[in-house]
Design a protein around this ligand. Structure first.
Ligand code: ATP
Length: 195
């Protein structure tokens, strides 16, 4: 049986319960050997929209988030490569690392709805099986020129944007972000927390 590897890319600013519940459930449904939470070095789609925490800080948070969870891997290939992060390049790297593996590109449905504007979207669809997961609050339909596999995961109304807002206005973060990730945030003084 060829290895089955899921690529779940994101900014992870910060990683949250929604990301983790999605990763473990997609892994289970599609019987993937690994799901790689790939930290974008430079999320070019967010240019000019807001400041993003540094790539090493986001990688440290993802490493803490997945520590000890079977089958989840923190990916640093886009950071190692540097520059803007393009999924087609990342799939090519994974194809070399896991020769003969079946690759799956996993996206939430908000991300899937914008898939047509991704760089070299056709190449991504050729190199991998596209998987869209249901995400709360974004009832968009993914572009029909691509073939999508839909995976249902428990619907959790969590987003990194809401969590960043919670850091600013002091609303509770407990359970939405794991204790391990909170420790990294405190140690690195992220999102306005005191070192
Ligand atoms: P932001 O709110 O800053 O835009 P985000 O919460 O959407 O961030 P990203 O790191 O941009 O997080 O997302 C990475 C991937 O995770 C995307 O494919 C996105 O659709 C998906 N995703 C994010 N939140 C959820 C969630 N609650 N449930 C399922 N998928 C999610």
């Amino acid at each position: 049986m060829p290895l089955r590897v899921g690529l779940f890319g994101g900014t992870f600013d910060p990683p949250h319960l929604g990301h983790l519940v999605t990763a473990v459930n997609v892994r289970n449904v599609l019987k993937l050997d690994h799901v790689i939470l790939m930290v974008a070095n430079d999320p070019w789609q967010k240019h000019g929209i807001r400041e993003v925490a540094s790539a090493p800080d986001r990688l440290a948070m993802v490493q803490a988030a997945i520590a000890g969870v079977d089958g989840l891997v923190a990916g640093d290939d886009e950071i190692t490569r540097g520059g803007p992060s393009y999924t087609a390049d990342t799939l090519a790297t994974l194809g070399q690392r896991y020769p003969g593996a079946e690759l799956f590109t996993i996206v939430g449905d908000d991300a899937a709805s914008k898939f047509g504007s991704w760089q070299r979207a056709g190449e991504i669809a050729k190199l991998s099986t596209l998987v869209v997961v249901d995400r709360p609050g974004s009832p968009m339909v993914p572009p029909s020129e691509f073939i999508w596999n839909r995976v249902e995961v428990p619907r959790l109304e969590v987003s990194s944007s809401d969590l960043r807002a919670r850091f600013i206005d002091g609303r509770p973060l407990e359970y939405l972000i794991s204790d391990q990730v909170m420790q990294v945030i405190a140690a690195r003084g992220l999102y306005g927390s005191k070192k």
